[in-house]
Design a protein around this ligand. Sequence first.
Ligand code: PMP
Length: 357
Amino acid sequence: TRLTRADLDAIPAYVPGRSPADLARDLGMAEAIKLASNEVPFGPLPGVVEAITAAAAGTHRYPDLAAVELRDRLAERYGVPADRLVTGCGSVAICENLARATCLPGDEIIFAWRSFEAYPIVAASVGATAVRVPNTATHGHDLDAMAAAITDRTRLVFVCNPNNPTGTSLRRAEIDRFLDAVPANVLVVLDEAYREFNTDPDVPDGIDTYAGRPNVAVLRTLSKAWGLAGLRIGFLVAAPEVAAAVRKVTTPFSTNLLAQAAALAALRQEDEVRRRCALVVGERDRLTAELRKLGQDVPESQANFVWLPMADRSAAFGAACEARGVIVRPFQGDGVRVTIGTAAENDAFLTAAADAL
Ligand code: PMP
């Protein structure tokens, strides 16, 4: 007898990055460097730890279910009505809730591949069919092929801009054309987890540009640029009906007390966020140039990571970096994703990479 769904056996497990403490111990080093999970390396924003500490006195009570204060603050900051906003336990939980709100078993979810590794897991978890549309030769979404893949079973399309893990971005004209080709009963989710690192003026801000379209939803996270990965908080901007449906299937109180307090504090630090993002962008461009000098065909990234299209050599390169105390994220057969760290961390990676190559 089995108690759980047999089809779950086919779902790949979400692979977290290796712990730097474990690696340092194994290597007998003082510390290892983790450039594997697209975090920003500068610590919590000023005021965040204090806000969490103050909020902690209320942990015997449930938090505000709808995170009203935070929702209103996000509404003001992003210029959208509060009824279009939903917060969640990380944007990955919102991806799940979008699937639960749109798909019945046998429905289809389309996404580019390779893209964010949670999409196939999300599809499988609701019994939907994951339709992976291969990336172009230049590692970006093939939007024409994605539009062509839509059938009458398609409920949801994830468009990851910039794409995790390749860093490539879609420009305004391409997205406009794609959205015009998508039927009105298919929800397109623009996953903009890395939007704050964009420096290309031709890449549209999904909230400003598309949030008025009823079948477009925009996903953002406070895990990356805003430095709150450990607290799990993201948000969605969608049509009021979509937002309401997503709220219905969300685990109650999953935007927790400390996450709400921390997010409010972080949102008061936007100037500092901009400063940090500029540092990351400067390092990203340096790393791209250095890796290209090492012979790697690194696509232009608009995110806080770079992509090395190493195909079958990916796992070996990842292991070689790890043996030198730097944890990166290999996707065997495809490439290696390297998160931008501090300048010193990036130097350590470049030394390891030159050595490993
Ligand atoms: N979307 C994309 C494209 C991501 O890369 C990530 C994080 N790896 C997420 C969503 C989820 O982030 P979180 O759950 O921390 O908000």
